[in-house]
Design a protein around this ligand. Sequence first.
Ligand code: ZN
Length: 490
Amino acid sequence: MVTSMAAKQTKEMKIEEKKAILPPKSNFSEWYNELLLAGEIMDVRYPVKGLYVWFPFGFEVRKRTYAIIRELLDKDHKEAMFPLLIPETEFMKEAEHIKGFENEVYWVTRGGKNELDVKLALRPTSETAIYPMYKVWVRSHADLPIKIYQIVNTFRYETKHTRPLIRLREITSFKEAHTVHATWDEAAKQVDVAVQIYIEFYKRLAIPTIVSKRPQWDKFPGADYTMAVDTLMPDNKTLQIGTAHHLGNNFAKTFDIKYEGMNGEQEYAQQTCYGISERCIAALVSIHGDDRGLVFPPEIAPVQVVVIPVLFGKSEEIIKACREVAERLKDEGFRVALDESDERPGAKYYKWEMKGVPLRVEIGPRDLKNNAATVVRRDSGSKEIVPIDKLAEEIKKRVIDIHKSLLGKARKSMEERIFDCNTLDEVRDKISEGIARIPWCGEQECGLAMEETVGAGILGIPESELGRGYGSCPICKKETTSIAIMSKTY
Ligand code: ZN
């Protein structure tokens, strides 16, 4: 008896210690790092800087997240896969592109003991791997459009501070799409389609987004223009979580991608590319998580419902009821875990809360007597008693509601941190609290001066902010109808 008491105490102490691991979310940077480990998303202990390991649990989150982007793209894209290694001869063809990436490329220079004749780049992105093939594939008008994507790893020699899921030397989960079109307008339409797909994708993750056209100095190297999707993180910095680039015929000229038009003339093709990386999971984990750990929208959660017997002494009946409930919920299509382990209920709650399980079903003696169960929501902590025969139906309702309320809460939190400003002093005051909106004439010279004055970036001018007749540019004082958004960025 004494030993078992002691064992119990040790166990409880361990749990207390474990609880202490996660700092409050208000201490975002430390909270984030600890959450990735305690929530078993990523292990940061791999012995190469900027390279991280997906835990099986994190990988399942990744799998479910990427299943959504696949589902959305598969409607009118084809998935393919191109090589990791790019010959220097292809990589060096596009001048702007090289300039944009030259400091970040890893090179393979040897095969065994032999120096390679042509160095091979580890793709930092795949334009120069894919477009030599598009040159071969595109022949006539009838071959267009081409819409292909791949989900692969890419490598960038980051010199800034690396951070799991956010700034990596191996981006493990780069979804890049590359399309080819006959005309510039068609390619521009495709950029709009891509942005819509991303907005839809992030809605499914309950993540609010802001779309803007990046300023010219911040566009993708070699593009005509770049559209970007950002979200606001808990530490009030924005995270770029998707981009779509209109490449014009810049790469087509370099890689000689031509098609024969209706009248037999040779035309350069027009191209786009657009990408999303595991930053989507950084946003997912950061925006929804709380002091107790991960919080997932039900569509993503590896376990959607955990059933926990609340036992006082021995109760075969409660165990039996829990097993039946778990089976029934599985039959209804939910991902269910039944926790029959010997841990105290409190320890079990803690464990499954950390994992972000959206719903917990508890059955204790009183529940059993009333033929009911207690349903607890992870997102709000609300507790309700539900009759067992209505359980599946009630859980279905809550699954929909949890997604809705996570999205609503995240949107509200973002909107509360967007500030209207008229002067750069106001922007400087507000920028540590979120996003600042300020009139901007759109000129590069003024934009760069604004960035320097404030010490933050211009994300761009969101479509919704064009032509709103707002005020005067803080640098040149010209009246302007457009508004830039500024923020500290990752
Ligand atoms: Zn100006």
